[in-house]
Design a binder for this molecule. Structure first.
Ligand code: UDP
Length: 413
């Protein structure tokens, strides 16, 4: 295996053919400048351009669009891989689904996960089949399963669950917590689950039936031509100028007075680097690619798209075989990508603990003052909040509506 890398062409704007590699010279000016070409920045840019007919400049540090959704065709196997880890779109929000559908074709897809534990694959999150397998039961109905879960669970006190250990023990019991949550969370976050907010493992449901879907949202789909192409659809309006491979902080001075509003979607502590506040912490991921060549067009390495490895003896947390996703090109080969976590590298996950919550509140106070100067902080990194894709889109749509309302003509300031 080798690190997952992608030899980018000069820039990858998803086929738009309009990306600059440096900021256009004066006298060019824009109604809105956006830092970051990921979901949040893309959606805001699209709204200003198509609804308000305003000019937008997006400045993106990476040499490609689509943020962490970015995917590309692997040279070695022809399969489409995500450079920053698998992305599964799911939402119960009809407005978000209606929005995303407009920018490309989607293929219906239910994501499923297996956990590799004690030498076998079992459905994850825990469902009736998992419980039957690991506890040698013969549960069938929802009532039986719920009663069994109630027997093994150790509920949190009257104050509620105050960390991820308590939360998961309350939902699946101590033994299953040790088997499926403790090691995975230690590997993923580098700390014991007792040191993390309950909302971290609170993302994981427990099922009293045989439903083995990872998500239960009404809308679950993948973009047929990949996330990068789909994102290109969002950025296609001619009023949107795109600069790739340029760090905002390097061109900020040159753009002074040339942006009406500024939408910042990068890490909030980078924006306020001179504030004297300590840095927020992020969890990062590293990806190892294992290509298996000539396995055949219908040959696979693992039994499903995604396998979790909760055991400490296995160094990685999860393994994704992209060939299982819909919309993949035909290939005689396959690839699995394995993830390990660390403290250093690209910021992926905000780390939800009391220290970071208190510190973020201080950054937020600075951000609120900056709003008076027309600077707005949008998205996962700028709000230090773990958004799913649909939440990022919904949040960006709402922020646009709010800003748009404030700036509508004829309104008192
Ligand atoms: N988790 C776990 N075991 C698993 C999967 C998840 O303990 O097999 C915990 C872990 O702490 C993880 C959290 O639940 O960070 C949320 O999992 P999710 O699959 O939502 O993480 P993501 O895919 O967003 O990284």
């Amino acid at each position: 295996s080798s690190p997952l890398e992608h030899a980018l062409p000069n820039v990858d704007d998803g086929g738009l053919g309009k990306a600059y590699t440096s900021v256009p010279e004066p006298p060019r000016k824009w109604d809105v400048c956006v830092v970051g070409a990921g979901l949040s920045g893309g959606v805001i840019a699209e709204r200003y351009a198509t609804l308000r007919k305003q000019s937008v400049l997006i400045v993106e540090k990476r040499r490609h669009i689509a943020g962490n959704c970015y995917d590309f065709l692997d040279d070695q196997t022809g399969l489409r891989l995500n450079l920053y880890g698998p992305h599964n779109f799911h939402t119960k929000l009809t407005n978000v689904w209606d929005y995303v559908k407009r920018f490309g074709r989607w293929a219906h897809y239910y994501h499923k996960k297996l956990a590799w534990s004690e030498g076998r694959f079992v459905p994850f999150p825990l469902n009736t089949e998992t419980l039957n397998t690991i506890y040698d039961q013969h549960l069938m109905g929802a009532n039986e399963t719920a009663a069994f879960l109630a027997k093994i669970a150790e509920p949190c006190g009257p104050g509620g669950c105050s960390n991820s250990e308590q939360q998961s023990v309350a939902s699946v019991g101590r033994a299953a917590y040790n088997q499926f949550y403790r090691g995975y969370t230690l590997k993923q976050w580098g700390v014991d689950p007792s040191q993390l907010d309950a909302l971290v493992t609170g993302r994981i449901s427990v099922r009293s039936d045989f439903d083995n879907r990872y998500f239960t949202d009404r809308y679950q789909s993948q973009p047929r031509d990949g996330y990068t192409r789909w994102m290109a659809g969002i950025l296609s309006d001619p009023l949107i100028d795109l600069v790739l491979g340029v760090d905002w902080f390097d061109v900020q001075q040159r753009l002074a007075g040339r942006c009406g509003k500024l939408i910042f979607t990068g890490p909030i502590d980078h924006y306020f680097a001179d504030s004297g506040l300590p840095k927020l912490t992020y969890r990062s991921l590293r990806f190892e690619k294992l290509a298996v060549l000539n396995i055949g067009e219908h040959g696979y390495y693992q039994p499903g798209t995604s396998v979790n490895y909760p055991e400490m003896a296995v160094p990685f947390t999860r393994s994704t075989e992209y060939k299982h996703y819909p919309g993949q090109p035909r290939s005689n080969h396959t690839v699995v990508v394995r993830e390990t976590s660390g403290a250093d590298g690209e910021p992926y996950y905000p780390v939800p603990n009391p220290r970071n919550h208190a510190l973020y509140a201080k950054y937020k106070a600075l951000a609120d003052k900056e709003a008076l100067k027309g600077v707005h902080f949008v998205g996962r990194l700028a709000n230090y909040k773990y958004f799913n894709m649909d939440q990022a889109i919904d949040n960006a749509l709402r922020i646009f509506d709010g800003l748009d309302r404030d700036s509508a003509p004829g309104r008192p300031p």
